[in-house]
Design a protein around this ligand. Structure first.
Ligand SMILES: C[S@@+](CC[C@H](N)C(=O)[O-])C[C@H]1O[C@@H](n2cnc3c(N)ncnc32)[C@H](O)[C@@H]1O
Length: 238
């Protein structure tokens, strides 16, 4: 797809994770955000990072991602909300960012480090003493071969993920999982901007490609992983 359509694709998403507004507020409460540095590894456009900065006036933020487009969206949002002087959006590999920070988010980005244990070990180095909000997928039901093919062999069960947390030396201060409404809302929002574009531009030469992509993604969701892939939010302390 061309740059215009690629830029539009995630426009209707609040953040790039299955997360409701009230659930996000609860997680920010549990992070006990202080007046130090908050790092967001694999930040996307950093909406949760910006909300954390809005809550705590002394807090400074660093968002790290490898995708220049999402980082630019984050910078524009920070400017629009008067937060630009307290946050930097840095194009870098999160796996090489050392910190230190007193608080960190790593939501839907553990694959940047390898398996969950590698991510949790690295987060322990970034946050030597403090809290991390770690969001990751897990199998909530036995996956089909098709689901494994989409998400790879590193996905754990929730007990397996908690074993990795324990082995990396973290204590679990909070555990919650995305519910079905959050998942359906997330999946629908991930397709909504293109769905609306398609309805408005049925004769565009790019329309057949967009329709195929949307239909494939919806089919995969309902057939291969709806109710099978879970997503957990862990507030971890050390
Ligand atoms: C599912 S998105 C989640 C984004 C964000 N945490 C959120 O919740 O909205 C995963 C993000 O990880 C980023 N990513 C993937 N590999 C990365 C790496 N090696 N270093 C930094 N970011 C990476 C992607 O560009 C993407 O923005």
């Amino acid at each position: 797809m061309d740059d215009e359509l690629n830029a539009l694709r995630r426009a209707r998403m609040r953040w790039n994770a299955p997360l409701s507004e009230p659930h996000a507020e609860l997680l920010l409460d549990r992070m006990a955000l202080g007046g130090d540095r908050l790092a967001d590894l694999g930040c996307g456009w950093g909406e949760l990072l910006l909300r954390a900065l809005e809550r705590v006036p002394d807090l400074r933020g660093t968002g790290i991602d490898t995708d220049p487009e999402v980082l630019e969206r984050g910078r524009a949002a920070a400017r629009a909300r008067g937060l630009a002087s307290r946050v930097e959006f840095t194009e870098a590999d999160a796996a090489t960012w050392d910190g230190p920070a007193g608080r960190a988010f790593c939501i839907g980005a553990s694959h940047a480090f390898g398996p969950a244990k590698a991510a949790l070990d690295r987060l322990a180095r970034v946050v030597p003493s403090g809290r991390v909000l770690y969001g990751d997928g897990f199998w909530s039901a036995p996956p089909s071969a098709a689901a494994r093919e989409i998400f790879g062999e590193d996905v754990l069960t929730l007990p397996g993920l908690l074993e990795a947390v324990d082995a990396a030396g973290w204590r679990v201060l909070h555990l919650s999982t995305a519910d079905q409404l959050e998942w359906d809302g997330f999946e629908s929002a991930s397709r909504l901007a293109w769905q609306e574009w398609l309805l408005a531009h049925p004769a565009d030469p790019r329309a057949p490609g967009v329709r195929d992509w949307l239909d494939r993604r919806l089919r995969e969701y309902v057939r291969d992983y709806r109710g099978v892939l879970g997503f957990t939010y862990l507030v971890l302390g050390r």
